[in-house]
Ligand binder design. Structure first.
Ligand SMILES: NC(=O)c1ccc[n+]([C@@H]2O[C@H](COP(=O)([O-])OP(=O)(O)OC[C@H]3O[C@@H](n4cnc5c(N)ncnc54)[C@H](OP(=O)(O)O)[C@@H]3O)[C@@H](O)[C@H]2O)c1
Length: 323
């Protein structure tokens, strides 16, 4: 496993981090705690040292599982969590008031709940789970974050951006109070490269890449016949004829497999790692097989410029969370 700087935090994070949404259950109906814990332990054996979770993942269950593993490792791992918006509106609504989503007391109370769920005294990176840049100059969030840092309840602060809106954070970043940004970046959505990544490289803001496999739509195993468990959010994400659409896109991408990447998941993750602004890529991975396949990709090898150029033709603009 290779490690990169998480911006200017001083934390060296593994290139492959762990996305802990799925293990919370709830919206991912096919999670089993024993499998999740086995997968988490295997990632750590393989050198992974960064786990991303959130207060709302399984209503604290993801944080419970992650906390168990972090405590066992006694300071060798870093964790990021997220504060949900008080109004529970995803994405953040343009023109809404910061107070509706992140009033001071809510920021503090949610952080204290996450600390309890994790069983820790401090969270390495605490993030807002949505963001609208119209809130950037509001002192309420700035004061709450400063207080949490002063009290040692959080070490660093970040934003997890609205889906497919990588530039909806540049004003917040300019305050100097944002240590990390979590953003969707994958073969289909390459838009962070345009303005967000150059800004973050220049200003040493850490980038946490989420949804590198498009919720499975870049893993290569979704076909028209794929069935998700009842109540699972992927029934909505891949609704209607979307599974056929996905299969069309992955069939085209499979033509690029070869000596540089043998599977679509490998191609997708290596694509994310090729960009120097990226600190860590956090796929969800609940099986030992997926953990082993993904962790071994952090080997210092980068995709060739010609393959990256080919991948530029596979951008697919849409919002399956909303449309
Ligand atoms: N708004 C936000 O802040 C937000 C939103 C979404 C996600 N996130 C964060 O980003 C993380 C990653 O996103 P995600 O988990 O939603 O989606 P993702 O990483 O794009 O995709 C996860 C899916 O890919 C599968 N997979 C993983 N490795 C694979 C491999 N080598 N081959 C084939 N399939 C593979 C997983 O299977 P298994 O799980 O069954 O192994 C799972 O079904 C989340 O866990 C969460 O921490 C944040």
């Amino acid at each position: 496993m290779k490690y990169r700087d998480l911006g200017k935090t001083g934390i060296k994070v593994s290139e492959i981090g762990y996305g802990a949404w799925g293990i919370g259950g709830g919206m991912w109906q096919d999670s089993k705690d024993d499998d999740s814990l086995r997968a988490l332990h295997r990632t750590i054996d393989l050198g992974l040292n960064f786990i991303d979770t959130a207060l709302v993942y399984g209503d604290g269950h993801s944080e419970n599982l992650v906390g168990t593993v972090i405590r066992e490792q006694k300071g060798r791992l870093s964790v990021s969590s997220k504060i949900p918006p008080k109004n529970m509106r995803w994405p953040a609504q343009k023109g809404s008031a910061l107070r509706d989503a992140f009033p001071f007391d809510h920021i503090v109370t949610c952080t204290e709940k996450s600390l309890k769920n994790l069983g820790l005294d401090t969270i390495d990176v605490q993030q807002f789970h949505v963001w609208d840049d119209g809130w950037a100059a509001d002192h309420e969030w700035q004061d709450a974050v400063a207080q949490l840092k002063d009290e040692g309840k959080i070490r660093f602060f970040g934003l997890s951006l609205n889906n497919h809106e990588p530039e909806n954070a540049l004003r917040a970043a300019a305050t100097g109070l944002v240590d990390t940004i979590q953003v969707i970046y994958n073969i289909y959505d390459q838009s962070p490269e345009k303005n967000l990544y150059p800004y973050c490289l220049k200003n040493k803001i850490g980038i946490i890449v989420r949804v590198p496999l498009d919720e499975g739509g870049l893993a290569g195993n979704i076909t028209a016949k794929t069935i998700f468990p009842k109540g699972d959010f992927r029934n909505g994400y891949f609704r209607g004829d979307r599974k056929q659409q996905v299969a069309g896109h992955t069939d085209a991408l499979k033509k690029l497999l070869g000596s540089e990447a043998g599977t679509l998941a490998e191609l997708a993750l290596r694509f994310c790692l090729h960009h120097p602004a990226v600190s860590t890529v956090i796929p969800g991975m609940r099986s030992i097989a997926n953990v082993e396949a993904n962790c071994k990709l952090s080997d210092g090898r980068t995709l060739s410029e010609s393959l990256i150029a080919e991948l530029r033709h596979h951008v697919w603009v849409r919002d399956f969370y909303e449309d």
